[in-house]
Design a protein around this ligand. Structure first.
Ligand code: MV4
Length: 447
């Protein structure tokens, strides 16, 4: 592997280019017309234009990306987070033209992309799953039958969904058929696939995920968990590791179960098992993400490993040279996502030129960002501008450092959610560590 094409943009493209440099591998950043002047383009060895602003015609355009590999001599692709990272067709197409896809096999991406197959595979591997329909629910009649068995509340989920797209909670019998029909209609529009299934719904749970790394020789390690409960409309806002208010028993169980799940399917690469933990502390598998995740830095800060490096090494066929006993997780890490969005205008995306910038630094602070002074935030993509990661020996120390970092942060010319983060970090519910899904909504109502 000599030349890696980065088929992504923003902070994650910068993140990947940096590791390529550390490993002495040349990087090629594929970019749209909107990203000609991006920091990733500036830091890479080479860049290649792949199409116009709209992601559909650039970052999601498989032929354009394969052509970019051929044109620049890239022998591998790192897809980053989002866009084609979880498209089995892209992974397979790379394989067909002899380009190494830095990620799992198309087979594993497809398995986890089908949420019914994923559930069945995990169940067979001994991972706890919630009561649900036995496969797809193909009629209103069948929906009523399943609801009678599993009870309310329940959730209607698209087979092709994930990450909160294409799902609807149903609290009582009267909402069942409308919820069922609505989810099918949404799924048809979003995924051109209207298959849905029903699952018992866990109210006020916590969203905990476990990071694993697996090589092609059957070695699987877990790198601890992340608590991603603080989110709004399925956009994570704060992540932390370890998850506060998990018992050590439950933490150990989640980690064991994730490793067993990965082993049972012969998974290779970095991956994340997502669980919902109930009020009674029972964990249930929700889905598996077969990509590098935005929040991976908090795991890196605790275990001292570079996850992008290990994805690359595993894709090159290297074996993990360490085992679970060698994984030492130290201290506490928090990440906040700084988004270009305006809380005063219903969180609408904000764009414009960054004419003043002060990025935080100092003890325990890491910033993953593509911002620079003079950068123009384009309107075409997600709103993530920067991730501030604060690490310390304890949660208290990490929180103090995060508060310092947020005070230092300034980004003039674009409206961001930095002030919201300062409010959130002061909230007694958040500080207690015993928070649940819905914390952001309840905080916004009280304001
Ligand atoms: C659930 C759930 C509770 N019960 N499934 C949302 C994202 C996707 N990964 C799966 N998600 C959920 N699935 C069952 N059976 C809770 C979530 C969930 C959620 C639900 C409502 C509002 C915010 C949420 C945030 C994270 C996860």
């Amino acid at each position: 592997m000599e030349r890696i094409l980065v088929s992504n943009r923003g902070e994650i493209a910068v993140r990947i280019v940096r590791t390529c440099r550390d490993l002495g591998i040349a990087s090629v950043v594929a970019h749209s017309s909107a990203d000609r002047d991006s920091l990733a383009v500036q830091l890479a060895d080479e860049s290649v234009h792949i199409g116009p602003e709209q992601a559909r015609r650039s970052y999601n355009n498989i032929p354009a990306l394969l052509y970019a590999c051929a044109k620049t001599g890239a022998d591998a692709v790192h897809p980053g987070c989002g866009f084609l990272a979880e498209d089995p067709l892209f992974a397979a197409a790379c394989g067909e033209v002899g380009v190494t896809f830095i990620g799992p096999s198309p087979k594993h991406i497809a398995l986890m992309g089908n949420k019914i197959d994923a559930r069945a595979a995990m169940r067979a591997g001994g991972v706890p799953v919630l009561p649900a329909s036995d496969g797809t629910v193909d009629s209103a009649y069948e929906a009523a039958e399943v609801a009678a068995r599993i009870g309310f509340p329940l959730i209607v989920k698209a087979v092709a969904g994930g990450g909160g797209r294409g799902m609807k909670v149903v609290h009582e019998a009267a909402g069942l058929i409308p919820g069922y029909e609505a989810t099918r209609a949404t799924a048809r529009t979003l995924f051109q696939d209207d298959r849905v299934y029903l699952e018992k719904y866990v109210p006020e749970g916590r969203h905990i995920e476990v990071q694993i790394l697996a090589d092609s020789y059957g070695n699987v390690v877990d790198l601890g968990e992340r608590d991603c409960t603080v989110q709004r409309r399925h956009q994570k806002l704060v992540e932390e590791s370890p998850a506060p208010s998990l018992t050590d028993d439950l933490r150990a169980r989640l980690r064991r179960v994730a490793v067993a799940g990965a082993e049972s399917i012969g998974y290779v690469s970095a991956g994340t098992f997502e669980f919902i933990v109930t009020r009674d502390g029972e964990p249930y598998f929700i889905e598996m993400n077969t990509r590098l995740q935005v929040e991976h830095p908090i795991t890196e800060e605790r275990c001292g490993l570079d996850l992008v490096e290990w994805m690359i090494r595993i894709a090159r066929g290297e074996a993990l040279p360490f085992d679970q006993r060698d994984v030492e997780l130290a201290g506490h890490a928090l990440e906040v996502r700084i988004n270009a969005e305006d809380a005063g205008r219903d969180w609408a995306g904000s764009t414009g030129r960054v004419h003043g910038l002060r990025l935080p630094a100092g003890p325990g602070i890491r910033v993953d960002s593509h911002l620079y002074e003079g950068y123009v935030v384009p309107p075409f993509y997600d709103s993530l501008l920067a991730k501030i990661i604060a690490t310390g020996p304890t949660r208290e120390v990490a929180l103090r450092r995060m508060d310092r970092a947020l005070r230092e942060f300034r980004c003039d010319g674009v409206v961001t959610n930095a002030d919201f983060h300062r409010t959130l970090l002061r909230d007694p519910g958040f500080r207690s560590g015993d928070y649940r899904l819905g914390i952001v909504e309840s905080l916004l109502e009280r304001k």
